[in-house]
Design a protein around this ligand. Structure first.
Ligand code: SF4
Length: 336
């Protein structure tokens, strides 16, 4: 298997929400590939559209939201063209999502064993109840939960155990892609570290592809192969993890990294990015980061930069890395 093989090809994806105050563009023309076998981190501040993008990949955008443009090709399957029943099947079997609060995904009146055996038998109906239970016992042991807990209900388990059960469901289904959306946010640091270790092991053992959606740059540094950075509904940078941390290109990425606490610095030196993310009903013109950008230029507020490749495995959406057209062509609002 080549890690360069594309599992999920996202082309020009836009998601809008119709609100009382206007149309909110949560994801704006995002294009991205997720490679088979990789952990792709998707980072950005709260409200930048990263969770909406993750839900769109599973076609889980609910009213008043809508996918308004784009093409989603998962393993060459046109996700937006599938009928609802095929989509449900695919969502259950090949793409799984682990949320911040697994209680919202686990059925409170079903025991752990029921969740897992059902997942196994839905897709492998020939597996007997006894065999499915044995497999479930094996799986939870593998996840660090004693099989004695198989008959527990979700509310009997700790938050960390519930996260493990969610991952177990993805494994039982043999999902190709796991979308982990702020999956560790509700865990304490020790349980979070154990959960990350588990993800790392499982990823190697089962060739899992993981989209890791988080605002926590530390988690990304530990687990991701590549990182996509979102700001105000747009992808602004994509790079291999080492490149991104050692040499961030987009001024927003630089700010995000400078804002990560560093134990070698005094607390007082912690950087705080100026301003706050924009209202996505009325986003700023041109580059959406321009009101906060320490490197802003005249063109930035007038014309959108393009999300383009600047080196192998490296994309940036910023005028600092693309040729600025002649002023005559853009003064007044847009390129002609
Ligand atoms: Fe800053 Fe301009 Fe680059 Fe936007 S396009 S990030 S405002 S330099």
């Amino acid at each position: 298997m080549s890690i360069n093989e594309i599992l999920y090809n996202i082309q020009d994806l836009s998601v809008e929400f119709h609100t009382r105050v206007g149309i909110l563009g949560a994801v704006d023309h995002a294009s991205l590939d997720i490679r088979r076998g990789e952990v792709l981190g998707l980072v950005g501040e709260s409200g930048c559209g990263k969770s909406t993008l993750g839900k769109a990949l599973m076609r889980m955008i609910e009213e008043p939201g809508k996918i308004t443009s784009g093409k989603l090709l998962f393993d060459n399957i046109d996700i937006l063209a599938l009928d609802d029943s095929r989509m449900r099947e695919l969502r259950g079997s090949r793409i799984s999502m682990v949320f911040q609060d697994p209680m919202t995904s686990l059925n409170p009146v079903q025991r752990v064993v029921d969740h897992i055996t059902e997942a196994i038998q839905v897709h492998q109906s020939y597996v007997t109840d006894k065999e499915a239970r044995a497999r479930a016992a094996n799986l939870v042991d593998r996840l660090g939960i004693s099989h004695d807990r198989l008959d527990d209900y979700p509310h009997h388990l700790s938050g960390g155990m519930r996260q493990r059960v969610m991952i177990g469901l993805a494994l039982a289904l043999r999902a190709d892609l796991v979308i982990a959306d702020e999956a560790t946010t509700s865990l304490d640091v020790i349980v979070e570290a154990q959960f990350l270790d588990l993800l790392r092991e499982l990823r190697n053992e089962f060739d899992l592809t993981i989209l890791l959606i988080t605002h926590n740059m530390g988690i990304v540094a530990e687990l991701a192969d590549r990182v996509a950075v979102m700001y105000a509904g747009r992808l602004v940078e994509l790079a291999e993890v080492n490149q991104l941390f050692s040499n961030p290109k987009h001024p927003y990425t630089e700010g995000l990294l400078r804002a990560v606490p560093n134990i070698q610095l005094d607390e007082g030196e912690l950087y705080k990015m100026a301003g706050s993310p924009p209202d996505l009903v009325r986003p700023p013109s041109g580059c959406r980061f321009h009101p906060r950008c320490p490197k802003v230029m005249e063109i930035c507020s007038q014309v959108d930069p393009i999300f383009k490749s600047i080196a192998p495995n490296r994309m940036v959406n910023c005028w600092l890395y693309q040729e600025v057209p002649d002023e005559k062509l853009w003064v007044g609002g847009s390129t002609q």
